[in-house]
Design a protein around this ligand. Structure first.
Ligand code: MLC
Ligand code: AMP
Length: 517
């Protein structure tokens, strides 16, 4: 029986010369480090052997909240190799958020930054986790100290397509986060499709500048490079100047729109600087047509926009080369997210559950080998999000034009996408409503020049209470990930409501739409 472990597929694509460079760190603040393909193989084997030695139950969750580093990526690959389930957590998450994720996922192993060991280990041990390791971004910590005592050969765990590989938490409209369960089959099928659709070549070089705790940086970028045996230039955090400098030796870049906006602010962005590049990819949030056009005029390159989600990985993409399914079209159309990827069924439906005519707007539903297997321990929620014929309701609203291009026009879910991170107003409102003196609140997204969209909070005080806006923000900062904090907070006397008594968020958005732009 062939082993369908994703790690095996990735490893099979390593180049023949295992001593060539697979990853090179390129941070301005630290000397560059080079990792060969052989290093990746041996380091993942040592970590997988360490995990094996812990004699964990099959499919144990390995929860990881650490700063970005090559070793953190190696830990992800080792988790696949050992056959366990990777659970990445954004480093911005605070105590209450981590407490929820660990309590909900019940990981057998937690890996955290050395500086957070005190509080994270307390939460983990209380929740029944047996093993807590540390991993710093400078190769320090107990995880690597323990791993060096293990052998550098390891037979990857036998896996099938339906076996779980990762759980990605994504917030919900109710404010409660759900763990999207992704299988080896989901991840592998998507990586293979993107390899062909984006015309990857072994001599491609990817600039990796995204965080590695979400779909974009962890799966799309890392799998893309590994499954093509392509080198990565690795930045521990996004730095527009460093990316520009490295474009001369790279060919592929992936970013959320904010990254493109910030690079456009650099005078050094010229056609010459970008001449060596083959492909610029954008996703995770809407790319403004102004950014798309300005990028073209400043660099000569047409950004390829694609669309995806934690639950589905990548769904659609503008073409990289002629798409034979769409009469050989090659055009990357700004404002659209392109065509459904090969193997992805995508349809646009009305509220009654019927397909809308071409060009008309409706809810986007998808089906395919990339679509997740459900929300962790939430069977009812999973059932709600799928149709009887097996399509997942994305919560995005869009249309398909007569040429087959998909455009996202909005969302039926109440969601703010800020700098590529999702913020669910219901979660923030829940925290604000708990603050002393608060009667009620509403959080809405408004346009922002850097982050695309940011949250603004409107708060009503209880009778006789004087609320301080900056105090509300400061209190939230201690409880929530920083990107979720509303950029402004206003104390108001009332909120606009419709006849049913529901807060009219569209009116609030309109009132505050020019707050930042
Ligand atoms: C940082 N800040 C943000 C923010 N990021 N505010 C709103 N939205 C964001 N995304 C705020 C912090 O709260 C802080 O505020 C200040 O900015 C500085 O923080 P920082 O950490 O130094 O910011 P910076 O390093 O500049 O980060 C910005 C960024 C980062 C754009 C580089 O947000 C980022 O890497 N975004 C990418 C997200 C991503 O990978 N998404 C993919 C999801 S997958 P203060 O007040 O504390 O100073 C997905 C599926 C798909 O969606 O299709 O891909
Ligand atoms: P996440 O839950 O973090 O995976 O975010 C997924 C959501 O990001 C999708 O449901 C979309 O709303 C949004 N998204 C991703 N890519 C794009 C894009 N290119 N254009 C518009 N929205 C996008």
């Amino acid at each position: 029986m062939s082993n369908l472990n994703l790690f095996v597929t990735l490893c099979a694509a390593f180049p023949q010369d295992l001593d060539s460079v697979a990853v090179e760190t390129v941070d301005a603040s630290a000397p560059g480090l080079r990792y060969s393909w052989r290093d990746l193989d041996r380091a993942t084997a040592m970590l997988a052997n360490l995990l094996d030695s812990l004699e964990l139950p099959p499919q144990s969750r390995i929860a990881v909240q650490v700063e970005k580093s090559v070793e953190a990526m190696v830990l992800y690959l080792a988790t696949l190799r050992a056959g366990h389930v990777f659970l990445p957590l954004n480093t911005a998450y605070q105590r209450a958020e981590i407490e929820y994720f660990i309590g909900n996922a019940e990981p057998a192993v937690v890996v955290c930054s050395p500086k957070n060991f005190g509080w994270v280990s307390k939460i983990a041990f209380t929740a029944g986790t047996r093993h807590v390791f540390t991993l710093g971004d400078d190769r320090t910590g107990s995880l690597l100290e323990r791993a060096v005592h293990h052998g550098d050969r390891h037979t990857p765990a036998q896996k099938g397509d339906d076996d779980l590989a990762a759980i990605l938490y994504t917030s919900g409209t109710t404010g409660r986060s759900k763990g999207a369960m992704l299988t080896h089959g989901n991840l592998r099928s998507n990586a293979l499709v993107l390899r062909d659709y984006w015309c990857w070549q072994p001599d491609d070089v990817l600039i990796h500048a995204l965080p590695i705790f979400h779909v974009h940086g962890l799966f799309v970028a890392i799998h893309g490079a590994l499954i093509n045996g392509s080198k990565m230039l690795w930045l521990s955090s996004f730095d527009p100047k460093a990316v520009l400098e490295r474009m001369r030796e790279a060919t592929v870049f992936m970013g959320v729109p904010t990254l493109y906006v910030r690079m456009l602010a650099e005078p050094g962005l010229t056609p010459q600087q970008a001449a060596h590049m083959r492909l610029f990819i954008s996703g995770s949030a809407p790319l403004l047509i102004e950014t798309f056009n300005e990028w073209k005029s400043r660099t000569g390159h047409t950004i390829l926009e694609r669309y995806g989600m934690s639950e589905t990985i990548m769904l659609t993409s503008n073409p990289c080369a002629a798409d034979p399914r769409h009469s050989g079209q090659t055009e990357r159309r700004g404002g659209t997210v392109g065509f459904p990827l090969p193997g992805v069924d995508l349809r646009v439906m009305d509220d009654a559950g019927l397909p809308v005519p071409p060009g008309e707007i409706g809810g986007i539903q998808v089906r395919g080998p990339n679509v997740f297997s459900g929300y962790w321990r939430m069977p009812e929620k999973t059932a709600e999000e799928f149709t009887v014929d097996g399509f997942f309701k994305t919560g995005d609203v869009g249309r398909i034009d007569e040429r087959g291009y998909v455009t996202i026009v909005g969302r039926s879910k109440d969601l703010i996408i800020s700098g590529g991170y999702n913020v669910y107003p219901a979660e923030i409102e829940g925290f604000i409503n708990e603050l002393p003196g608060v009667a009620e609140s509403a959080v809405v997204g408004v346009p922002h020049p850097d982050f695309g969209e940011v949250g603004v909070a409107l708060v009503i005080a209880k009778p006789g209470v004087a609320l301080d806006e900056s105090q509300i923000i400061a209190t939230l900062k201690a409880q929530l990930a920083n990107f979720k904090i509303p950029k402004r907070c206003f104390v108001v006397r009332e909120l606009p409501r419709n006849a049913m008594g529901k807060v009219q968020k569209n009116l609030l958005r309109e009132q505050h739409t020019h707050l930042f732009v």
